[in-house]
Design a binder for this molecule. Structure first.
Ligand code: SF4
Ligand code: MG
Length: 284
């Protein structure tokens, strides 16, 4: 199935978000999904446009609010494969409350963060993922705030699936998106997705020099949470691969009494047409 549509992305040439788009489209196809099986909910930011670039259901939400919409959608119709997507500002600043609670709630959705360590859409301000000393229009003398460590944060919040990738490695990125889709429960995939226009520090070359690929680490066991935390701290979060996965933890919806019934969106209304119209009139 082709998950590409005819909309031409208006990202800057070289933007890391292109790889995330390609990885998503490939992962859906590789998993044998149909466009009508998939819904993508995005937030605000350059990356938020991604929901319009995939041949599937798309919903471009408001800033920091992709996750509540995505979780609601999944709970109403769990037959859909639901992916939430957004940037580091969207997910780790204004949307951080939702991110932490989505992690501990564990609804079966996949959350892909395009982490460029800057606010791109508003033309280059410091984001919660910018490093100390990062100079932008909003921090002309360099940022004096510490950066958020999203992977460590996810581990401590009880995440069942934590992975990190980089836009330059499309093969690993696609594989991790597929693993995230297959995981039963909330999966967080943070993607180092360079902003070639406003972040001249964390570039493709910079990542090449600094990232450690867990796929090459002999004996690394992603079911070991302690080891996962140790690796992250050892490399200051600069790792790619499947960092942690807990296959035992049940998804939120599996714990709902009556889970075996049809998804809410597919259940009969159990009222007739007149009663339905009365109900609608009451709320009109
Ligand atoms: Fe990508 Fe940065 Fe351009 Fe936005 S401003 S499209 S994040 S390169
Ligand atoms: Mg950003």
């Amino acid at each position: 199935k082709d998950f590409r549509n005819k909309v031409k992305p208006n990202w800057c040439p070289g933007c890391g978000d292109f790889s995330v788009l390609a990885a998503m489209q490939r992962a859906f196809a590789n998993q044998g999904l149909e466009p009508e099986d998939v819904a993508i909910v995005s937030g605000i930011g350059c990356s938020g446009r991604i929901s319009g670039y995939v041949n599937a259901y798309g919903f471009h939400g408001v800033h920091g609010r992709a996750l509540p919409i995505a979780q609601g959608l999944k709970l109403a119709n769990r037959d859909l494969t639901v992916v939430a997507a957004g940037g580091d500002g969207d997910g780790f600043a204004i949307g951080m409350g939702h991110t932490i609670h989505a992690i501990r709630r564990n609804v079966d959705i996949t959350y892909i963060v395009m982490d460029n360590q800057v606010y791109g859409l508003t033309k280059g301000q410091t984001s919660p993922r910018s490093e100390m000393g990062f100079k932008t229009k909003s921090t002309p003398k360099g940022s004096i705030e510490a950066t958020i460590a999203p992977m460590e944060m996810a581990l401590t919040a009880g995440a069942g699936f934590v992975a990190q990738a980089v836009s330059s490695d499309l093969k690993q990125l696609t594989r991790l998106v597929e693993e995230g889709l297959k995981h039963k429960g909330f999966s967080l995939i943070n993607v180092y997705s360079p902003c070639v226009t406003y972040n001249k520090v964390n570039t493709y070359d910079w990542f090449k020099e600094h990232l450690v690929n867990l796929d090459d680490e002999e004996g690394y066991d992603p079911s070991n949470r302690m080891q996962a935390m140790q690796k992250l701290m050892e490399h200051n979060g600069l790792v790619t691969g499947l960092i942690y996965q807990n296959k035992e933890r049940k998804a939120y919806e599996e714990l709902i009494p009556g889970f075996d019934e049809k998804p809410l969106a597919k259940q009969d209304l159990k009222i007739n047409k007149e009663q339905f119209e009365e109900l609608v009139a009451e709320f009109a």
